[in-house]
Design a protein around this ligand. Structure first.
Ligand code: FE2
Length: 199
């Protein structure tokens, strides 16, 4: 029987972060995380990582005070090829980021009401403008990136910073010479079909 205590600690930590966000969507994400903990599966999907070391590297740069909880769970994460779910992102850009869905309709643990995951972006990558039906919150866990929404001037975001995107608000972000790692949540219209990367 696999020991999932590090993974469970990660879900508990993320629930605390999203309660602290102070938005109804954050409360919904936290409730979905707690429900996954209460009804935890006997087995999780096999871990998968096509960019070994990248998440760890991002997490080691100016990390969140509780980054150790995330680091402990990284070996159990099943990252997915983002282009498979969001084709408009394109293979080239999509292959330079790691996305996982911890809980959600297609997550490591199935939940229908929200998606919560982790996100890693390689250095020197412009993640082009995109929008989606879901409202979205990123909470930065390590590294740094410049974030812009609704055409605003890019702002440098580091560990502990919260980046909120209302439904269908166009947003973009880019890394310079450092990667970044964040947790993300989608609430509301969480269909991947309602995502478009428009460049
Ligand atoms: Fe987004």
């Amino acid at each position: 029987m696999q020991d999932y205590s590090a993974f469970k600690d990660l879900l508990r930590f993320l629930a605390r972060l999203y309660v602290a966000e102070g938005r109804p969507g954050g409360d919904e994400a936290a409730a979905a995380l707690r429900s996954a903990l209460a009804d935890f599966p006997g087995e999780l999907p096999e871990p998968y990582n096509y960019m070994p070391g990248m998440a760890e590297a991002a997490l080691a740069l100016d990390p969140h005070p509780e980054a150790g909880i995330v680091a402990a769970a990284l070996p159990q994460i099943r990252w997915f090829h983002v282009v498979d779910s969001m084709a408009s992102i394109g293979t080239e850009m999509g292959s330079r980021m790691l996305v996982c869905e911890l809980i959600g309709p297609t997550g490591m643990i199935r939940r229908e009401s929200a998606r919560v995951g982790l996100f890693v972006q390689c250095p020197n990558l412009e993640y082009a403008t995109r929008k989606h039906g879901a409202e979205e919150t990123y909470i930065i866990l390590g590294g740094e990136a410049y974030w812009s929404k609704g055409g605003s001037e890019p702002v440098l975001k580091k560990a502990g910073d919260v980046v909120f995107h209302p439904s269908y608000m166009p947003h973009t972000n880019r890394t310079a010479d450092k990667p970044t790692i964040a947790t993300w949540r989608w609430s509301g219209d969480i269909r991947y079909e309602a995502y478009a990367c428009t460049g």
